[in-house]
Write a protein that binds this ligand. Structure first.
Ligand SMILES: [Cu+2]
Length: 138
């Protein structure tokens, strides 16, 4: 095998391995959402991008304090719905894993119709409760 060919296969392998690692790391470039009391900044990265109607999927949440410290060991609950239709979510998404470094895996997310949705993420940590409302157009 010519050495140039071996080098390019090696580069392809490196690129493929980087792509496989991306879903875990991809939260960093998402838009931050500030919590109502201004305590936290929350970013989310949907495993389905773009989000599709009626497909259950997970989100990766990344939570930081406003001064940029990752929020570890928060109690997180999630609710949501479509205010214009006065209905909630068709599922009960919940945080299934605390991945450390302010990252939490939210499972069971599903939207059953297109339109304006709101997802409310309630964060309890260090004796305080704050929440973030994320508006989504699907
Ligand atoms: Cu609706």
């Amino acid at each position: 095998m010519p050495s140039e060919y071996r080098l390019s296969s090696c580069l392809i392998l490196v690129v493929v391995l980087q792509m496989m690692a991306l879903p875990v790391l991809a939260d960093a470039d998402e838009t931050p959402h500030l919590s109502e009391q201004g305590l936290y900044s929350v970013r989310f990265d949907s495993a389905l991008d773009p989000i599709e109607i009626n497909r259950i999927h997970s989100w990766l949440l990344h939570i930081e304090t406003v001064d940029g410290q990752s929020l570890e060991n928060a109690e997180i609950s999630v609710d949501g719905g479509m205010p214009a239709h006065a209905h909630g979510l068709p599922t009960q998404p919940r945080v299934a894993a605390n991945l450390g470094d302010g990252n939490y895996r939210l499972e069971g997310v599903r939207f059953h119709m297109p339109g304006s949705w709101e997802i409310t993420i309630t964060i309890e940590a260090n004796g305080t409760t704050d929440r973030v409302v994320i508006a989504l157009e699907l």
